[in-house]
Design a protein around this ligand. Structure first.
Ligand SMILES: [Zn+2]
Length: 159
């Protein structure tokens, strides 16, 4: 098989006094995402999808929240490490498709910059990184603005 597919999911709580960072982009908002690292749910979901495609486990295994080393970590640097791991195993990212689910703030103005940052980190073209955003129609915890969730699929191709 020359292709592998992986899916990733992540959710982080929205709390005061934390930055809101998605895809490496700091988004102005009165709430931010709670987590051990920078809590970048988009980048985390992508890493989990890349690892999952090769049955390599999940990011908790490589960057355990119990390790103070990852406190406040820039998730793009973690993504770079995951990319190096899959490349060492002979694979590269074919394309990524992600959906951010957030009631607030509006994501659309930031999607292009997220795409650019993720593509630069993975050294692939911008059009290999799809990012969409939707609301949860005010339903459930995401709809009540208690958190932001992300779903991702990643296709890996043999290099
Ligand atoms: Zn996460």
């Amino acid at each position: 098989m020359n292709i592998r597919i992986g899916n990733g999911y992540d959710i982080h709580r929205l709390v005061p006094d934390r930055p809101l960072i998605l895809g490496g982009v700091k988004i102005p908002h009165h709430l931010g995402l709670l987590g051990h690292s920078d809590a970048d749910a988009l980048t985390h979901a992508i890493m989990d999808a890349m690892l999952g495609a090769l049955s390599l486990g999940d990011i908790g295994h490589y960057f355990p929240p119990s390790d103070p080393k990852w406190s406040g970590a820039n998730s793009l640097l973690l993504l770079q490490q995951v990319d190096e791991l899959i490349q060492a195993k002979g694979w590269q990212v074919g394309n990524i498709d992600s959906v951010i689910i957030a009631e607030q703030p509006k994501m659309k103005p930031y999607l292009g910059t997220m795409q650019e940052k993720l593509a630069n980190t993975l050294k692939i073209d911008n059009d290999q990184v799809g990012i969409k955003a939707t609301t949860n129609e005010k339903l459930g915890p995401v709809g009540r603005q208690e958190g932001i969730a992300v779903y991702t699929v990643v296709l890996l191709v043999k290099s």
